[in-house]
Design a protein around this ligand. Structure first.
Ligand code: NDP
Length: 387
């Protein structure tokens, strides 16, 4: 039986790479659902190639175009946010790959888990915002939640066969992004084009900027806390510019296990899709003799202050990670539009955190409210900066 996969966000960086993986293993996987926000052209091309059972285009204005283009195919076409939420419950789906970006991933992931679907999770914002709500659901329903983020996939791979052994700590590696080694004063006037030039990975624009500010590591620390049931102090961040060691687990006996591979997201995507099997690939392979220097550094937490913001909000818990996440999404967009400077991204987040009330035990309703309010507050702060 082929595994029938729904890819939420098939037109993005993770989504297109997932389709790459699937096209190499058509004997194992079948595409059941594809979704996009507004990239109708690519969604149409993907649908004609992979012949899913159904597609969703979230932007209503694009529905006509997609429906018209697929009218001769046996593919159901839906539009709107509610269709995105409903589609994950389709009985013919075996696994939902959540490759959406931002807070938009939280509700569909929740709905997929509620419907008992195995979830492969690339969308890190889901656990950052709603880890306290998502993980009990995963445990109560005993549903596999498979990490796609390369660091979390690495930890997960190190833990296979180790479930009974306590973890002493984990090390999340960070490439350091395009501004590794730079000090605050050197980052004052950097442009979006510079921040978008990631040295090792080709990713969507939001996660690339998160990588440059190192908020990405802050988000991943919170994601790891929930996925692996750790305390933040048990999660260490280390800069590793070669991006070969994808993360490490330290065990009580002093052993350290690491997962290594060339930086290629198709690997962790494929591992999540095929788990517990490893499938053959013809991707370029890691060779110790050509990659003989691996270096590791403590992060510069003064310059990249988003790391500490993430540790602070997870210590507080409740809806505070949600506030941080929303403010970050808005600040990153404002930076990309040239409205604020690079260093002001963390300023906007820090100020937004002061302006939203704390909710200790947040549910989905609280998260939706907090997210909306935090976006409004962050935009107000950005307006003030622009004046
Ligand atoms: P992209 O921006 O490349 O793609 C995002 C996808 O989500 C697109 O299909 C987009 O559709 C869709 N989308 C965007 N906004 C919405 C919305 N509001 N509602 C519904 N669909 C939406 O992102 P990435 O693939 O880079 O990242 C996806 C997630 O994976 C992020 O959480 C990121 O942090 C994480 N991740 C990414 C990695 C990477 O290598 N890219 C590595 C590790 C983690 P459309 O194209 O129509 O706009």
């Amino acid at each position: 039986m082929k595994k029938r996969i729904a890819i939420l966000g098939s037109t993005g960086s993770i989504g297109t790479q997932a389709l790459d993986v699937i096209s190499c293993h058509l004997d194992q996987f079948e595409v059941e659902v594809l979704t996009a926000n507004r990239n109708a052209d690519l969604l149409i091309r993907q649908s004609k190639q992979f012949k899913p059972n159904a597609v969703v285009i979230v932007e209503d204005a694009c529905y006509q175009q997609v429906n018209e283009a697929l009218k001769d195919e046996d593919i159901k076409v839906f539009a709107g946010r509610s269709s995105l939420l409903d589609i994950v419950e389709m009985s013919t789906i075996d696994m939902v790959l959540v490759a959406l970006v931002g807070f938009a991933g939280l509700e569909p992931t929740y709905r997929a888990l509620q419907a008992g679907k195995t979830v492969a999770l690339a969308n890190k914002e889901t656990l950052v915002v709603g880890g306290a709500m998502i993980m009990p659901l995963v445990h109560n329903k005993n549903i596999p939640l498979l990490p796609v983020d390369s660091e979390h996939s690495a930890i997960f791979q190190c833990l296979v066969g180790e479930w009974v052994n306590p973890i002493e700590k984990i090390t999340l590696t960070a490439s350091g992004g395009p501004f590794f080694g730079k000090k605050r004063e050197e980052l004052q006037h950097v442009l979006p084009q510079q921040a978008l030039k990631h040295p090792n990975w080709s990713m969507g624009s939001k996660v690339t900027i998160d990588s440059a500010t190192m908020m990405n590591k802050g988000l991943e620390m919170i994601e790891a806390k929930w996925l692996f049931n750790l305390q933040p102090k048990e999660i260490e961040i280390v800069v590793h510019p070669q991006s070969i060691v994808h993360s490490l687990v330290h065990f009580a006996d002093g052993s350290v296990k690491a997962q290594m591979a060339l930086p290629d997201m198709r690997l962790p995507i494929q591992y999540a899709l095929s788990f517990p099997q490893r499938l053959e690939t013809d991707y370029p392979k890691f060779d110790l003799t050509t990659c003989s220097t691996l270096t590791f550094y403590a992060p510069d937490r003064e310059t990249f202050s988003c790391i500490d913001i993430a540790y602070q909000v997870i210590a507080k818990g409740g809806n505070m990670p949600c506030v941080m996440n929303a403010a970050n999404e808005i600040a990153v967009m404002a930076f990309l539009k040239g409205e604020i400077g690079f260093l002001q991204i963390s300023d906007v987040i820090a100020e937004t955190l002061q302006k939203v009330d704390y909710v200790a035990e947040a549910n989905m309703h609280n998260f939706l409210q907090t997210d909306a309010l935090s976006r409004v507050r962050a935009k107000e702060i950005i307006e003030k900066i622009k004046r």
